[in-house]
Ligand binder design. Structure first.
Ligand SMILES: Nc1ncnc2c1ncn2[C@@H]1O[C@H](COP(=O)(O)OP(=O)(O)OP(=O)(O)O)[C@@H](O)[C@H]1O
Length: 582
């Protein structure tokens, strides 16, 4: 007999399901209230209209409706991740505050890295979400427990990317269960799961609700409905068509099956009684001051987050073949080009080749820039949904960006040092002391750092890795043209000169040229080409290299600051919109 053909029994509460959380302490679930919520979405107009209902602690609320009815938008609005256009959403009687570690949101996308083994991924997730001082043993215990609860123990050592779609979905949910969340929002958690796995997942959510957590989910799977406590049925126009017990759904529309309810709702039917009773009973005129959903436990400190994120970024980089190929390939390719492009001995004071010396300095500056830019471009756009999700859980953007710098900058320094060492060994750079090479290395590393910051900014600003790749020529061309190497800055018209001020490559080129002593070489070297070239370049290399270093460091800090602001905005405005794309 189909479930909807009979009066609904009480929701399934299997005693055999392992409890979702380790502690016997009851969870203080979040009280959610939606009152006459309207929601406009750019490009789609009004998606939700006057939606009112409560989602209570210890209960599972399921949002259903036809495709495009606004279920995901409602879920995000309830979670406080979209501010309603009209009406209000209250968390514990107050406007939603910034979510924290005990706020779980599982969007339809994967929100965990794919490269690392599942257990390791969860250990990092736990470290970032659990309060400072949580012992490593406790973290391991929690990870083991959620793996067990979600039947993933035997997949613990499998890279997340090698899990099946259903397993990955459960893995995303596992990350949210680590903290005994007060509230858990899930966008279509059972889609793509086989019926047995889906039923098992609902049992896990039931056990979480029994501990006190407020659970809200969307679904298209009819079998999920009787396993929940409250159904919120949206009409295709985003109005509330029904809210109440699953058992009363069919009767409220005077039909026999849930499919017929969908048809009735599509035809404009609404179950008036159940809708109006709740909206009318609410008193939301005087919400408590302040905001709710603030983390009830302290989030982990900035330094701890930075350390964890740095370790994880290193592990991810190590495992990501594309990144590894870019990291290793660029320096090798550039050294090879140097060797075939330039003859040795250009810096020999007895017979210098001034034009070549300038070009070598330019290409070192550009190589350092290129390393930094390419390393940075792939860093954020490849994991933006994860960043957004972790921001919701309390991870700060400052430590996140600092972890990127801490992971990538040492690699850039190694690439720059290798470049200089190989060029010296091949006699493309002069025989000079540590002072000169210290200056060249500092200039190159700062050029790479500024380019890394530019790459991170572009990576944060674009929507996906494909767009980041398109940015590469866009960012490189002006750095070449306005560097002052091909057309010396004193020879540029005013607009060109102004643009050159904004090019990090210009400052790196000048600092490198100054550090290696181009000016004295050209002035006093044996080549007659030196003095006219010097006249053309004017005072390009006359300033101490430290001036260029200061400018490059300033650019790096400025660009990192802008990256921080862009990421903060993206996290605030679109923490969960990755599926919808905006
Ligand atoms: N970022 C966005 N930009 C433009 N339109 C959007 C965006 N997000 C949602 N929409 C639109 O809002 C409406 C509701 O979308 P939503 O994803 O909430 O529907 P849904 O009921 O969850 O659909 P489905 O069951 O297919 O997932 C749709 O018309 C959708 O196209």
């Amino acid at each position: 007999m189909p479930w909807h053909a009979a009066r609904m029994p009480t929701p399934m509460r299997p005693r055999s399901a392992p409890t979702a959380t380790a502690s016997s302490e009851r969870i203080d679930g979040l009280r959610i209230r939606a009152h006459r919520v309207d929601q406009d979405v750019r490009g789609a107009g009004r998606v939700l209209r006057e939606v009112s209902f409560d989602a209570d602690p210890g209960r599972i609320t399921v949002i259903v409706g036809s495709s495009g009815a606004g279920k995901s938008v409602l879920l995000q609005t309830l979670a406080g991740l979209r501010a309603p256009t009209g009406g209000r959403v209250l968390h514990d009687g107050a406007p939603p505050g910034r979510p924290g570690p005990r706020f779980g949101f599982v969007p339809q996308d994967d929100v965990i890295h794919r490269e690392l083994p599942l257990r390791r991924t969860l250990v990092y997730a736990a470290g970032l979400r659990l309060p400072p001082g949580t012992a490593p043993g406790d973290i391991d215990e929690r990870v083991d427990r959620v793996l067990d609860v979600l039947s993933l123990t035997d997949r613990a050592d499998t890279p997340v990317g090698a899990l099946s779609g259903g397993e990955r979905k459960r893995a995303s949910i596992a990350a949210e269960l680590l903290t005994r969340p007060r509230v858990l929002f899930l966008d279509e958690p059972t889609s793509g799961l086989d019926p047995v796995t889906a039923a098992g997942l609902l049992r896990t959510l039931r056990s979480l609700a029994e501990d006190g957590t407020t659970v809200v989910l969307t679904t298209h799977v009819l079998a999920d409905l009787p396993r929940c406590d409250r159904v919120v049925f949206l009409s295709p126009t985003g109005r509330l068509a029904y809210t109440g017990e699953p058992a009363d759904l069919c009767a409220a529309f005077g039909v026999g099956t849930v499919e017929e309810v969908y048809e009735a709702v599509a035809g404009g039917s609404r179950a008036q009684d159940s809708m109006t009773s709740e909206a009318g009973a609410m008193d939301v005129s005087d919400p408590a001051p302040g905001s709710a959903a603030a983390p009830t436990r302290p989030r982990s400190g900035a330094v701890r987050q930075w350390l964890l994120l740095t370790r994880r970024a290193g592990a991810l980089m190590w495992r990501n073949r594309l990144t590894a190929a870019v990291l290793a390939g660029s320096p090798v390719m550039i050294v090879a080009m140097f060797v075939v492009l330039f003859r040795p001995g250009a810096f020999d004071a007895s017979s210098p080749d001034p034009g070549t010396t300038a070009m070598i300095m330019f290409w070192i500056a550009f190589s350092a820039f290129f390393f930094g830019l390419t390393y940075g471009l792939l860093q954020i756009c490849t994991e933006l949904p994860v960043v957004r999700r972790e921001w919701i859980a309390g991870v700060r953007i400052g430590p996140y960006l600092a972890s990127k710098v801490a992971t990538v900058l040492p690699l850039l320094a190694v690439a720059d040092a290798t470049l200089l060492a190989v060029l010296r060994a091949l006699d493309r750079l002069p025989a000079a002391g540590w002072e000169v090479y210290g200056s060249l290395f500092t200039s190159a590393v700062l050029a790479s750092a500024a380019a890394l910051a530019l790459g991170l900014l572009a990576s944060a600003a674009v929507g996906e890795p494909g767009q980041a790749t398109l940015m590469l020529p866009l960012l490189c061309f002006p750095q070449v043209l306005f560097s002052g190497a091909f057309v010396p800055v004193p020879r540029m018209p005013l607009p060109g000169e102004v643009i050159s001020w904004a090019m990090t490559n210009r400052w790196a080129f000048e600092a490198l040229g100054s550090g290696v002593g181009l000016e004295p070489l050209w002035r006093r070297g044996a080549s007659p080409l030196g003095p006219p070239l010097l006249r053309s370049y004017g005072d390009t290399f006359a300033h101490p290299a430290a001036r260029g270093w200061l400018v490059l460091a300033g650019f790096a800090l400025l660009l990192l600051g802008v990256t921080w602001a862009v990421l903060a905005r993206k996290c605030r405005e679109g923490a969960v919109r990755s599926r919808a794309g905006g």
